[in-house]
Write a protein that binds this ligand. Structure first.
Ligand SMILES: Nc1ncnc2c1ncn2[C@@H]1O[C@H](COP(=O)(O)OP(=O)(O)OP(=O)(O)O)[C@@H](O)[C@H]1O
Ligand SMILES: [Mg+2]
Length: 231
C-alpha cells in the first residue's frame, strides 16, 4: 500500500532522513516511535508531499509519487492529521470539516456519518469556532477532517500530544475501529509508548534520521528495544 524505500531528506546541509525504508499495509496500524527531533515528522511530510526528498522512492498503491504535490496525493487517498492539529481557529467545526472536500468529486462532497459516530462531540459543536474547542476536541476535528477526504491511508502525527487521557482513549478506539471496519492503512507517529503498544500491528523505531528497529508491538517490552526510546 505505502512503500518507502531508501529515502534521504535534507534541510539545507542537515540530513534529517537517512536511507529510511518502511511499509504500511491495508487494515493494519503501523506505528513509528522515536524521541524528539529524530525525524518522525520529516518522514510524514515526505509521504504527504510537504517536503521534497533528495533520493529514494515513495510509492502508494503502486504509483511512485515522485514530486507530486500534496493535493494530488490527497486525491489518491493519503489523509494527513498534522502535529499540532492545524485546525482553522476562525472557521466553524462544520467549515473545518468541509475543507476536507477539496480533493473530492462533486458527488462525494458530504461529511460521512462515521465521522460523527466516531466523534459525537463534533456533531454537537458544528457551529462553534475551531479555536474555541479544547485541544482534545481539536484533535478529533483534525482526524474528522482527514476522514472527510475518504483516505485509503490515514497518516497521524502524534495525535495524543497534549491531550487528556479520556480523549486519548476515544482516539485510540476510533483508530482501531477504522482499521477493523474500513480496512484503512493507518500510519501513526507517536512518543506515547503505551498507546502504540496497544494499537500497533507493526512498529518502527527511529533514531537520528534512521530506522533502528522494526518489529511487533510486543517487542516494545524488550529492554534492548526500549533503550532506543529512553532519553
Ligand atoms: N523546516 C525545517 N528546517 C530545518 N530543519 C528542520 C526543519 N524541520 C525539522 N528540522 C530538523 O530536522 C530534524 C528532525 O525534525 P522532525 O520535526 O522531523 O523530528 P520529530 O521526530 O518529528 O520531532 P518531534 O518529536 O519533536 O516532533 C530536527 O533536527 C529538526 O530540528
Ligand atoms: Mg514531529
Amino acid at each position: 500500500m505505502l512503500n518507502v524505500s531508501n529515502v534521504d531528506l535534507y534541510y539545507g546541509a542537515a540530513q534529517a532522513l537517512r536511507s529510511v525504508s518502511m511499509q504500511a499495509n491495508k487494515a493494519e496500524i503501523t506505528c513509528v516511535l522515536g524521541r524528539n527531533g529524530v525525524g518522525k515528522t520529516s518522514l510524514l511530510r515526505a509521504i504527504v508531499g510537504q517536503q521534497a526528498i533528495r533520493s529514494g522512492e515513495i510509492a502508494f498503491d503502486g504509483h511512485v509519487l515522485g514530486r507530486e504535490a500534496p493535493y494530488a496525493r490527497a486525491r489518491r487517498g493519503i489523509g494527513f492529521v498534522p502535529q499540532g492539529r492545524e485546525v482553522f481557529p476562525l472557521l466553524t467545526v462544520k467549515e473545518n470539516l468541509q475543507t476536507g472536500f477539496a480533493p473530492l468529486k462533486r458527488s462525494e462532497k458530504f461529511i460521512p456519518d462515521h465521522v460523527f459516530e466516531l466523534f459525537p462531540v463534533l456533531k454537537t459543536m458544528l457551529g462553534r469556532r475551531g479555536g474555541d474547542l479544547s485541544g482534545g476536541q481539536q484533535q478529533q476535528l483534525a482526524i474528522g477532517r482527514a476522514l472527510v477526504t475518504r483516505p485509503g491511508l490515514l497518516v497521524l502525527d502524534e495525535p495524543t500530544e497534549g491531550i487528556q487521557p479520556s480523549i486519548i482513549k476515544d482516539i485510540g478506539r476510533a483508530i482501531r475501529y477504522l482499521k477493523e471496519h474500513s480496512g484503512l492503512a493507518i500510519l501513526l507517529v507517536e512518543q506515547y509508548l503505551d498507546f502504540c503498544r496497544e494499537l500497533a500491528d507493526k512498529v518502527y523505531i527511529m533514531d537520528r534520521g534512521e530506522i533502528v528497529f522494526e518489529g511487533k508491538a510486543e517487542d516494545l517490552d524488550r529492554p534492548e528495544v526500549r533503550k532506543h526510546l529512553t532519553v
